[in-house]
Design a protein around this ligand. Structure first.
Ligand SMILES: NC(=O)c1ccc[n+]([C@@H]2O[C@H](COP(=O)([O-])OP(=O)(O)OC[C@H]3O[C@@H](n4cnc5c(N)ncnc54)[C@H](O)[C@@H]3O)[C@@H](O)[C@H]2O)c1
Ligand SMILES: O=C(O)CC[C@@H](O)C(=O)O
Length: 526
C-alpha cells in the first residue's frame, strides 16, 4: 500500500507508518490540485496539514484511497461529504496541538497588552521609545472565551493563572463543566458587553461565520482587545477593520484569516494589529504529537481496524471498543448471511442486542451488520464509512434496539430483515471469548459456525429429507463439515443449515429443491 504525505508533516511522527511492513511512504512538500488529481489514483492513504485542500475533484479520482489523515484538528480543507460518499475514512488528530494553540493565544494576549511586537520592531529600527508602548495588565481583566472546548478550556485555565476573570459563551457546554473550570457561562451578548479581551475557539460553521461582526462590535466595551487563533471568518475582517479605525477596538491579534495565505491585509495599516501566519499549532511538541497520532490512525485504517478519531464515522472509545470488538466480525457475518437468504427488495433491517450487549454502545455493530449485508449485494466498495449512507440511499430503514430483559444467552445479536416478499430473522452469539455461532433462524434453533460455504434449506420435518440432501451433495464430491436441523413441532416446518467445504453447483441446488418436502434452498458464502 502507498501513503502520500504532504504539507511538511513532522517526519519523526511518521515512524508508525514507516515501520509497518507493506506500506510505502512518499513524502512531498506541496502538490497543486491538478498534480494531486493526476497522482492520487496510486495511493491508499494521504496525510495533510492545513495547506493542501483535498477536494471533491481529487477524491473522484482516488480509486484506491481508503483514508485521508489530517495532522491537526480542523478538517475544513477536506471535502468530508465527498470522501464519505466514496467510503473513504477521514481521521484527524484533535488533541496533540491543544496546548500549542492555547499558549499561542496567551502569547497573543500578552503581546496585545504589552505591545511586544511593535516595541521590538521600533527598537530594532533604532528608536529607544518608551512613551508609545504603555501597556495594560491582565490581572483583574475579564477574558471572554467563545467556544469552551479543548483549546478554550486550556486558555481559560492559563488566564486564571494570571488572575483574569474568565467568562465564556458555549451553548453546547453545561454549567457543571464550566463550574469545574471556574468559568462563568454567559449569553453571547452579555459576554460581549463584559469582556476586556475576547478570544474565539470554535470551528467555522454557518452559525459561527462572522460571529464577531458589526453588531457584535457595537455591543463590546470601548477599548476591547480581540484574538482569533481558531478559524478565519469567525471574525469579520471588514467589521474588525471598521472597529479598529473608529478606536472601538484597542488591539487585535489574528493567527488565522478568511483567505490564507494572506500577506497584504488592510488590517496591517494599524499599529495595534498583530498577525501570525497560522502558527497556532506550530510547536515541535505539537507537530510530533499530531503526526504520531495521525500516522497510527492511518495504519489502523489501512489494516481495516476501527480507529479512535474518525471524523465520518462515530468515534469509539478504547473502553467501548474492547467490549464490542469480538462482536464486530459476528455482526458482519450475520448481515452477509441475511443478505444471501432473503428474497425481494429489502426495506427494513432491525438489529436487537441483549445480554452483555444491552448496555453497550452498539452502533458500530449495527454498521457492521449493514456492511456485511450491503457488501453481499452491491458492486461498489462498502465499508464502515459509507454503509449507513448506502443503506439510507437504498431506502432501507435501519432500527437498533437493546433489550434488557434476562436472555437465554449471555450475549445475543438478532438481525431481522424485511423485504416486499418476506421477513427473516437470524440470531447469533459468542460462546466464551471468540466462538461465533448462529443460534437461530426465524426462531428455529440451530448451532452453526458462520464461516465458509453454507447451505440453508427450509423444509418439512419428515423422513427422507436429510438423507437425499446428503446423498446429492456427496455424489458431487462435496464434503459436509457440519449439519444442523431445527424444528418447532414434530411434522411442522424445519430448517437445515449445512457447512460445506466447497460451493454447490446450480444444478445440484436445483435437484435439492426438487426433493419432496424441501421448501427452498439458498447458498451462502461468508
Ligand atoms: N490556529 C491553529 O493553528 C489551530 C490549531 C488547532 C485548532 N484550531 C482551531 O481551534 C478551534 C477550536 O479547536 P478545539 O480543539 O478546541 O475544538 P473543540 O471541538 O474541542 O471545541 C470547540 C468548542 O466550540 C463550541 N462551539 C461550537 N459551535 C459554537 C457556537 N456556534 N457558539 C459557541 N460555541 C460553539 C463547541 O461546543 C466546543 O466546545 C477549531 O476551529 C480548530 O480548527 C486552530
Ligand atoms: O497544521 C497546522 O499548522 C494548523 C492546524 C490547525 O489549524 C488545526 O486545525 O489543527
Amino acid at each position: 500500500m502507498k501513503v502520500l504525505v504532504l504539507d511538511g508533516v513532522e517526519e519523526e511522527g511518521l515512524k508508525a507508518l514507516r515501520q509497518e511492513p507493506g506500506i510505502q511512504v512518499d513524502v512531498k512538500d506541496k502538490m497543486s490540485e491538478d498534480e494531486l488529481v493526476a497522482a492520487i489514483g496510486d495511493y491508499d492513504g494521504i496525510i495533510v496539514r492545513s495547506a493542501t485542500k483535498v477536494t471533491a475533484r481529487i477524491i473522484e479520482k482516488a480509486a484506491r484511497l481508503k483514508v485521508v489523515g489530517r495532522a491537526g484538528v480542523g478538517v475544513d480543507n477536506i471535502d468530508v461529504p465527498a470522501a464519505t460518499a466514496r467510503g473513504i475514512l477521514v481521521v484527524n488528530a484533535p488533541e496533540g496541538n491543544t496546548l500549542a494553540v492555547a499558549e499561542h493565544t496567551i502569547a497573543m494576549m500578552l503581546s496585545l497588552a504589552r505591545n511586544i511586537p511593535q516595541a521590538n520592531a521600533s527598537l530594532r529600527a533604532g528608536k529607544w521609545d518608551k512613551k508609545s508602548f504603555m501597556g495594560v495588565e491582565l490581572r483583574g481583566k475579564v477574558l471572554g472565551v467563545i467556544g469552551l472546548g479543548r483549546i478554550g478550556s486550556a486558555v481559560a485555565k492559563r488566564a486564571q493563572g494570571m488572575e483574569m476573570k474568565v467568562v465564556a459563551y458555549d451553548p453546547y457546554i453545561n454549567e457543571e463543566k464550566a463550574g469545574l473550570l471556574g468559568v462563568t457561562l454567559l449569553s453571547l451578548e452579555e459576554l460581549l458587553k463584559q469582556a476586556d479581551f475576547i478570544t474565539v475557539h470554535l470551528p467555522l460553521t454557518r452559525e459561527s461565520k462572522y460571529m464577531l461582526g458589526e453588531k457584535a462590535f457595537s455591543l463590546m466595551k470601548d477599548g476591547v482587545r480581540i484574538i482569533n487563533c481558531a478559524r478565519g471568518g469567525v471574525v469579520d475582517e471588514q467589521a474588525l477593520y471598521n472597529a479598529m479605525k473608529s478606536g472601538k477596538v484597542a488591539g487585535a491579534a489574528l493567527d488565522v484569516f478568511e483567505k490564507e495565505p494572506n500577506t497584504d491585509s488592510p488590517l496591517f495599516e494599524f499599529k495595534n494589529f498583530i498577525a501570525t501566519p497560522h502558527l497556532g499549532a506550530s510547536t515541535q511538541e505539537a507537530q510530533l504529537s499530531v503526526a504520531t497520532d495521525v500516522a497510527r490512525e492511518v495504519v489502523a485504517a489501512l489494516k481495516g481496524e476501527l480507529v479512535k478519531n474518525a471524523v465520518n464515522i462515530p468515534s469509539v472509545s478504547p473502553k467501548v471498543l474492547a467490549v464490542i470488538k469480538p462482536y464486530l466480525s459476528l455482526a458482519e457475518k450475520m448481515g452477509k448471511f441475511a443478505a444471501q437468504v432473503i428474497c425481494g427488495r429489502v426495506n427494513k433491517i432491525e438489529a436487537t442486542y441483549s445480554g452483555d450487549l444491552a448496555g453497550q454502545e452498539v452502533s458500530p455493530l449495527t454498521t457492521a451488520i449493514l456492511k456485511g449485508f450491503l457488501d453481499s449485494i452491491l458492486q461498489e466498495m462498502v465499508n464502515f464509512v459509507n454503509a449507513p449512507l448506502l443503506a439510507k440511499k437504498r431506502g432501507i430503514n435501519v432500527i437498533q434496539r437493546q433489550e434488557t430483559e434476562e436472555a437465554d444467552y449471555a450475549n445475543l445479536i438478532t438481525v431481522k430483515v424485511k423485504s416486499d416478499q418476506e421477513e427473516i430473522s437470524v440470531a447469533g452469539t459468542i460462546f466464551g471469548k471468540v466462538d461465533q455461532r448462529i443460534v437461530s433462524i426465524d426462531g428455529y434453533h440451530v448451532d452453526a459456525v458462520p464461516e465458509g460455504h453454507m447451505l440453508y434449506i427450509p423444509h418439512i420435518d419428515k423422513p427422507r429429507i436429510i438423507g437425499p440432501v446428503g446423498n446429492l451433495i456427496g455424489t458431487h464430491n462435496i464434503n459436509i463439515s457440519g449439519m444442523q436441523v431445527g424444528r418447532k413441532v414434530i411434522g411442522g416446518k424445519a430448517v437445515m443449515l449445512l457447512n460445506i467445504d466447497s460451493p454447490v453447483p446450480e444444478e445440484t441446488m436445483a435437484e435439492i429443491a426438487k426433493i419432496d418436502g424441501v421448501l427452498g434452498v439458498k447458498s451462502v458464502s461468508i
